[in-house]
Design a protein around this ligand. Sequence first.
Ligand code: KG4
Ligand code: ZN
Length: 350
Amino acid sequence: MHQVILGIETSCDETSAAIVTQKEGSIQIVSNIIASSALLQAKYGGVIPDQAAREQLKSIIPVITEALDQAKLKPTDLDAIAITQGPGLIGSLLIGVETAKAFSLIWDKPLIPINHLIGHFYANWIDQTPPQFPCIGLLVSGGHTDIILFKDHGVYEYLGGTRDDAAGECFDKSARLLGLPYPGGPQIATRSKTGDPKKFPLPLPMADSGDLDFSFSGLKTAVANLVQNRQLSDREVSDIAASLQESICQILVKKTILAAKSNDIEQIIVSGGVAANQRLQEVFRQHLPSNIQLFIPPPNLCTDNAAPIAAAAFFHQPTNPLDIQANPNLSLNQWKKLPPTLLSGIILRL
Ligand code: KG4
Ligand code: ZN
């Protein structure tokens, strides 16, 4: 029996709707539509929350309609709707959450709220043999850098995270200092291909601290110091980009492997926009002990999109739509830790 979920993601500047199915334990994408206002935001060097929310409002209905059309499905074919509840920008979240609540009530479908941070990880459950619990999760996005111990669906423990800037934020802010457009991560990755990471060696903050925390704001300051009062050549911009990428990747890999080793865990799952970075994957493969298996989603599933949100919903519980509120500050700790439940169980009870 197929189970079909419509996922909706509107936490920042992407409006996305995806139809995902689960058949015999395997999760597959039927359609995945993304409308991004990133090009518009790029004009201003970053996301302007009000503008992002207005773009969400324009795109939400066309994107949901397109996801259903491409999947050749009608609302009556859906088993449930999954929605990103938070964290994110309040204006953007509200558009998705209120739309999902309305459709849930009109179409009489269960609504499953998903924490965006946890949702990212479920890109690793799509189109492949899924990871086994327990596993170590590294979340590296624009606003978060966290290491968690995943014990089961909905059961996890926070092990460490950034004390200041997130890894993606460090990419974005440093790119801006280097005169590269928003979003900076992909720009730094492209420039790094032709840069020499040894020309401007940058520090590895907290790499040897022995704990599982990170600090990236010092790296950004180091880039600012290099840039200060200098007219950088194109070549120098690429060299600094390569050095920055190298430092961030080395630190992320070192701490994540330390987390796995010190907790005796043999699987690592990586997620979030920065996981799209190819050098990160290379550094992981260089340092990975032979007994540890690595899961990194394909780049298009790492950045914000609704497919992982829908995939996560197969393993989480629905809530009364009228009780779901967009929560811009939702954290890993606040999120309800529910016992694992498969959607088949949920549908039977509703
Ligand atoms: O997960 P995401 O799409 O949105 C958030 O939830 O924040 O992550 C966005 C972040 C941005 O900081 C962006 O610069 C970074 O992911 N990013 C990358 C790459 N692609 C996106 N960073 C490094 N290399 C990339 N290829
Ligand atoms: Zn995200």
